[in-house]
Design a binder for this molecule. Structure first.
Ligand SMILES: Nc1ncnc2c1ncn2[C@@H]1O[C@H](COP(=O)(O)OP(=O)(O)OP(=O)(O)O)[C@@H](O)[C@H]1O
Ligand SMILES: [Mg+2]
Ligand SMILES: [Zn+2]
Length: 155
């Protein structure tokens, strides 16, 4: 049993989001719209010791699945995160998040004059240019957005 396992108790059924960059767990929670109204039981480890990563954040949410658009949004904040699905205390499925090549409807273009920001908005659509450093480009106005801009513009 490692240090982190001792710190955070097991869940019966739900989702573990592991290998989140240190300090980013709160942003992942906001992506999942987890606030004071949510009734699921949730454990959050911030800057916990990781053999592999030095420190990391980890989130364990009881009785909650993730939608694909949520996993896509998490990949923009935590590109090396691992998602595990827990059922009856066992991991029944585990997969790394993956940055999508086409990013649809989850980021708002940072160019105020972009057609996607006009009165009758068009759904935002970006192409992945680079993973490290993270860069995406708007398919409508060609504006390139970096990690900081993407983080500030998640829908
Ligand atoms: N029943 C459970 N409740 C809560 N968390 C769990 C449960 N079972 C496993 N986990 C957590 O899920 C994550 C993945 O579990 P796993 O056993 O695959 O870890 P690992 O061997 O450290 O793998 P990795 O190489 O991904 O770090 C870990 O953070 C682990 O603590
Ligand atoms: Mg581990
Ligand atoms: Zn644009």
């Amino acid at each position: 049993m490692d240090e982190q396992t001792l710190k955070i108790s097991k869940i019966k059924d739900g989702t573990v989001i592991d290998h989140i960059p240190p300090g980013k767990a709160l942003r992942v929670l906001s992506i999942l719209r987890i606030d004071d109204h949510v009734e699921n039981s949730i454990s959050i480890g911030i800057r916990v010791t990781s053999r592999r990563l030095g420190t990391k954040d980890v989130i364990k949410i009881e009785n909650r699945d993730l939608e694909k658009f949520e996993v896509d949004k998490i990949s923009l904040i935590a590109p090396d995160a691992t998602i595990s699905i827990v059922s009856n205390y066992e991991i029944i499925e585990k997969f790394p998040v993956e940055l999508p090549q086409r990013i649809l409807g989850i980021v708002k273009c940072s160019n105020a004059n972009c057609i996607t920001n006009m009165k009758e908005p068009v759904q935002g659509e970006f192409s992945l240019l680079s993973k490290k450093p993270l860069l995406i480009r708007c398919n409508f106005c060609e504006r390139t957005m970096n990690e900081r801009e993407i983080t500030a513009s998640l829908i």
